[in-house]
Design a protein around this ligand. Structure first.
Ligand SMILES: NC(=O)c1ccc[n+]([C@@H]2O[C@H](COP(=O)([O-])OP(=O)(O)OC[C@H]3O[C@@H](n4cnc5c(N)ncnc54)[C@H](OP(=O)(O)O)[C@@H]3O)[C@@H](O)[C@H]2O)c1
Length: 295
C-alpha cells in the first residue's frame, strides 16, 4: 500500500532559497509553500499567501495545513535593508520566527530555521558550531537573537547556519550570481571584493543540507557551508572561466571602497565538518557553477 506523504510547510517559497527547497522537497513530501508579496506557482506544491508577521494569519495558516514539519526560510534577507529598517525587519526576522517555532513546539513537530554565517564578526574563521556569535550588522544580530529565542521556545528546533548561497533564481528572487553573470555577459565592469571571504554553497547543496539536518542532525545549531573558502573576487574568476569569458571585466576592490549601510565581516567561512560527518556532500564550486549556468 502506498504511504501518504507527510506535509511540509516551507515559508519563503517565493524566495531564492525557498524555491529551490520546494523543488527538492516535493518528491518526498506534500509541500505547502508560503509567499507574501510575490505570488508564484510550482507543480506539485500547494502555494499559500500569508504575512507571517501577522500572528493571526500565521497561526491560521499553520492550523489549516497541519504540517508534520516546518522549514522556516522567510526573512528580510538583505543586510543593508535590515541595517536601515531594524524595527520592520525584526518583525519577520525575529518575532515571526519565534511565533512559528512556538506553534511547531506546541504540536511537537520538527522546526528548521535558516540562519546565516553573518552571526560571526569575521575575525576568527573558520567558525564551528561551538564558537560564540559576534554579529556586526543588524541582520546578523537579528538572526543571532532568533536562534536563541527559537531554541528557548522549541528546544528540539534545528538552526541551520547557511553560507552565502548561489543557484537557480526563483521567479521572484535571484541569488548574488545572476547580476554578476548579466554584467559579464553585457560586457560591463563587475567590481568584487578581494578582502571578503565566504564558503559559498549552491542552492541544490543547501537544500540537500537542510533535508539532511531535518532527518539526522538532532536539535541545535549546524553549519551548512561549501567546501571552499574563497573571496568574492576569486569566485567571480571561477564564474568567468565557467562562462568561457576573459576576466577583463572583473575589477577587484576592497570593502572600504564601497560604502554600504551594513558593516561587512572579513571572513565568515564556516567549518561544516559536523554536517559533512552526517553525509552533507556539497560539490566543488566549479561543478556547481557549471550545473547552474547550464540551465
Ligand atoms: N541567500 C543566501 O545567500 C543566504 C545566506 C545565508 C542565509 N540565508 C537565509 O536563508 C533564507 C532564505 O534566503 P533567500 O536568499 O531565499 O531570501 P529571499 O530570496 O529574499 O526570500 C525571502 C522570502 O521571505 C518571504 N517573506 C518576507 N517577509 C515575509 C512576511 N512578512 N511574510 C511571509 N513571507 C515573507 C518572501 O516572500 P515574498 O517575496 O513573497 O514577499 C520571500 O519568499 C533566509 O532566512 C536568509 O536569511 C540566505
Amino acid at each position: 500500500m502506498e504511504r501518504t506523504p507527510k506535509k511540509l510547510l516551507i515559508t519563503g517559497a517565493s524566495g531564492f532559497l525557498g524555491w529551490n527547497v520546494c523543488l527538492r522537497g516535493r518528491a518526498a513530501w506534500e509541500v505547502f509553500g508560503v509567499f507574501h508579496d510575490h505570488g508564484v506557482a510550482m507543480d506539485g506544491v500547494t502555494i499559500l499567501r500569508g504575512d507571517l508577521t501577522n500572528y493571526a494569519q500565521a497561526t491560521d495558516l499553520f492550523l489549516r495545513v497541519k504540517p508534520d514539519a516546518v522549514f522556516h526560510l522567510a526573512a528580510a534577507s538583505g543586510p543593508n535593508f535590515c541595517q536601515m529598517h531594524p524595527e520592520v525587519t525584526r518583525r519577520i526576522n525575529v518575532d515571526a520566527a519565534v511565533h512559528l517555532a512556538g506553534l511547531a513546539s506546541d504540536c511537537r513537530i520538527p522546526f528548521v530555521f535558516t540562519s546565516t554565517d553573518l552571526v560571526f564578526d569575521g575575525e576568527a574563521a573558520p567558525y564551528t558550531e561551538e564558537d560564540p556569535v559576534s554579529p556586526v550588522s543588524v541582520y546578523g544580530e537579528q538572526k543571532a537573537r532568533a536562534e536563541t529565542a527559537i531554541l528557548g521556545r522549541h528546544p528540539d528546533a534545528v538552526i541551520c547556519r547557511m553560507s552565502l548561497t548561489f543557484g537557480k533564481a526563483s521567479p521572484a528572487s535571484e541569488s548574488f550570481l545572476q547580476p554578476v553573470v548579466r554584467a559579464l555577459e553585457g560586457g560591463r565592469e563587475v567590481r568584487l571584493f578581494t578582502d571578503e571571504y565566504r564558503t559559498p554553497l549552491s542552492a541544490r547543496d543547501a537544500a540537500q543540507g537542510l533535508f539532511l539536518a531535518l532527518e539526522k542532525s538532532g536539535s541545535g545549531v549546524i553549519h551548512l557551508g561549501g567546501r571552499e573558502r574563497i573571496s568574492r573576487f576569486d569566485f567571480g574568476e571561477v564564474v568567468t572561466r565557467v562562462l568561457g569569458r576573459g576576466r577583463e571585466s572583473l575589477k577587484g576592490c576592497r570593502r572600504l571602497d564601497i560604502p554600504m549601510a551594513a558593516p561587512r565581516p572579513r571572513d565568515v567561512s564556516l567549518d561544516s565538518s559536523r554536517a559533512f560527518g552526517l553525509g552533507f556532500d556539497p560539490g566543488q564550486l566549479r561543478e556547481e557553477l557549471e550545473h547552474v549556468l547550464a540551465q
